[in-house]
Design a protein around this ligand. Sequence first.
Ligand SMILES: [Zn+2]
Length: 452
Amino acid sequence: MKIFNTLGRRLEEFKPIKKGFVGLYTCGPTVYNFSHIGNLRTYIFEDVLRRVLEWNGFKVKQVMNITDVEDKIIKKAIEESKTISEITTPYTRIFFSDLEDLNIKKAAVYPRATRHIKDMLRMVKTLAQKGFAYRAKDDSVYFEIDKFPEYGKLAGLDKVALQSGARVESDEYDKEEARDFVLWKAQKPKEPSWPSEFGPGRPGWHIECSAMSTRYLGPTFDIHTGGVDNIFPHHENEIAQSEAATGKPFVNYWVHSEHLMVDGQKMSKSFNNFYTLRDVKERGFEPLAFRYATLMSHYRSKMNFTWEALEASQNALNNLRFEIAKLKMFADKSGSPDAENKFRFAFSEAVNNDLNVPEALGVAWQAVKDDSLSPKQKLRLLLDFDKIFGLGLENVKKPVIPRKIKAVVKERELLRANKQFIQSDALRNKIEALGYKLEDTENGPIVIKKPK
Ligand SMILES: [Zn+2]
């Protein structure tokens, strides 16, 4: 299986640290608002990555953090005169329900930042003892990037751009501000705080992920993912903190998904194109249609979301379910194993080539149309492929056709046998008007309820 490693920026053969096992850390949400569809695209990509690893026989331990203390949360809590947990609790619940709606597999652990303050403080203390961190005049503790010569290796930062000695306190900032970043923020009025040997305060965002990932996956683990906007500063800082603290390589493969655009533009509140899963549902689409839409773009390409494209995805999903339902109506019939293997191989090749899911989706649709496959084989292939697509196709039931419809189908067959085609066509129209679709196949006619 090949995957593109942001560290080194090249396609690499994936080799796990421990045979048959993958430690996977995926940056989770900052729970102060609804996840937007760009975040959701990243979570779906991570789910697909995990499924592809499992397809290849790996046992995957996925850890996804919940950031429940951070600048944006605190700002909102102060604005609304609430505690941070009054902000984070409802949005954490909504986050989990979004994951369920999108058929995203559950991580092994969802560690909350506020429950791992001790782990973070332990790491800050180690960094201070090893001389990588210092306490500034504002009483906050900073990581000194000059002490870590490899700083910038993930984002490919020019050393010259680094401003040694200059400090940045906010959790999010641009490449232009590569400076000493905050590990522990001294308490400010109205802000929540925890006691520590550095005085009361709260963790910076970056140390949260370093502490929680190494806590559950060890000092060195296989894969760390996120969106491209996490590369700098978040992931760069995670590497610096973790490697400085443990003295070991932090992560072997960094995998990042590209942005989601809306109508060709960046999503932003000012463009009024900042969509969530609620908007998708309110417009009558299923969350799984959005999942289908994300499968149509490669994770390293920008995805352009439009409502028209979502509608096309909803239709494609309906059609796929329709095909499955149809296949379930046929009696078992064996086909050529070679043909089936050919499709399975093409599918594996696609997903193992840096998760080329758009191509894998193409293989699935070719299988639907291929005459060398028996219905049973097609069904088996589609359900297998769905282990990676995650479209819930296993839930498609064998259709139950009302007796009234069955009788009309039978009557039509008699007319056809007598070559009374005008009359038989009239019956076909009748069936269609009743909301069913009729198809004549080599195994006889099949009838199925039309997708909504
Ligand atoms: Zn993170």
